[in-house]
Design a protein around this ligand. Structure first.
Ligand code: NAP
Length: 302
């Protein structure tokens, strides 16, 4: 029986584990893939206070080391269902695990465009991670699809490797922070293609060869010859396993207040997985700290 099971080892979950362990609680951190969450895909985090030039991977590694030094156990397995009975939680997966409280910090995962051939071309020219796969396109042409922070960050990162980087966005104005849009605009080899909607992936036996775009204003079509396509069209939550216990929003985010409390006593939701306005590294770690503190208070009151 654990005091706290934290589900998800991204920045929110690892911070929750850090705080809970420092409060002397018996904590288990569950992760289904790798520690770090989405931040490991960020080439450079420029808006984390006091760490102006840290890469996402470096941030995640340091946080992982910090919790390991405190003795936090990470188990790599997927939570398949979550139940609460007689005041205790059971996290079901390859083994049933029990806890007095649970912190959900399941983050979000990449969304695709859903165009034909997309799944088959992942790894053959389509990628969700510029930091991981950018080097394959050194000296070649690539496209980044999306107009948010991820797309602009990826484009800036790729501009140091690729010959030309096209940023394809369906609207004329970008959702990304203006500092990123300006920085990208100053790169001589980044070309903005707006307002343009990707309609078709082109490929041969070796993988991606291009992309068909439709101009959203006049409907005209053009073909871009690119070897790599980086998808940065947003993120989706992955909370279905908890649906029978806790309410989800229409988009699948966990319903929790800004102090990370859910409708279920002893169950907390931290980071990008919950309904919230600002999804940033800073807000994720803030949520993690709040969730652990709330869980400790809940345990101490019982
Ligand atoms: P996002 O902000 O949701 O942006 C997704 C982009 O993809 C939007 O520009 C959207 O267009 C476009 N898009 C969505 N569906 C599309 C479709 N079917 N076809 C074409 N385009 C489509 O996602 P994100 O950039 O991954 O960022 C997610 C969160 O992480 C945000 O809160 C962001 O601020 C944060 N983040 C922060 C940093 C940082 O602080 N350094 C870095 C990366 C991410 P519209 O604009 O028209 O909706």
């Amino acid at each position: 029986m654990y005091d706290i099971i934290v589900i998800g080892a991204g920045p929110a979950g690892m911070t929750a584990a850090l705080y809970a362990r420092r409060a002397g609680k018996k904590v288990l951190l569950l992760e289904k893939e790798y520690p770090g969450g989405q931040i490991v895909n960020s080439p450079l985090v420029e808006n984390y206070p006091a760490l102006p030039n840290v890469s996402g991977a470096e941030f995640a590694e340091k946080l992982q080391q910090q919790i390991a030094d405190l003795g936090v156990e990470i188990e790599y397995r997927e939570a398949e269902t979550l139940e609460k009975k007689d005041g205790f939680f059971t996290v079901n997966g390859s083994e049933a695990l029990q806890a007095k409280t649970v912190i959900l910090a399941t983050g979000v995962s990449h969304r695709g465009l859903g165009l034909p051939g997309e799944e088959e071309l992942v790894g053959l020219g389509i990628s969700y991670c510029a930091v991981c796969d950018g080097a394959f396109y050194r000296g070649r042409d690539a496209a980044v699809i999306g107009g948010g922070d991820t797309a602009l960050q990826d484009a800036i990162y790729l501009s140091a490797l690729c010959r030309t980087v096209y940023v394809i966005h369906r609207r004329e104005s970008f959702r990304a922070a203006s500092v990123l849009v300006e920085k990208a605009g100053q790169k001589g080899n980044i070309v903005f293609k707006t307002p343009c909607i990707p309609r078709e992936y082109l490929s041969d036996d070796n993988g991606v060869t291009g992309l068909v775009l439709e101009n959203a204003k006049n409907g005209s079509r053009e073909t871009l010859n690119v070897d790599g396509i980086f998808l940065a069209v947003g993120l989706a939550p992955q909370n279905d396993f908890a649906r029978s216990l806790v309410s989800l929003s229409e988009q699948g985010y966990l319903m929790a207040s800004d102090d990370v409390v859910t409708e279920v006593p002893g169950l907390f939701a931290a980071g990008d997985c919950r309904v919230k306005k600002v999804r940033q590294l800073t807000t994720a770690v803030g949520d993690g700290a709040m969730a652990a503190t709330a869980a400790c208070e809940y345990l101490d009151e019982r």
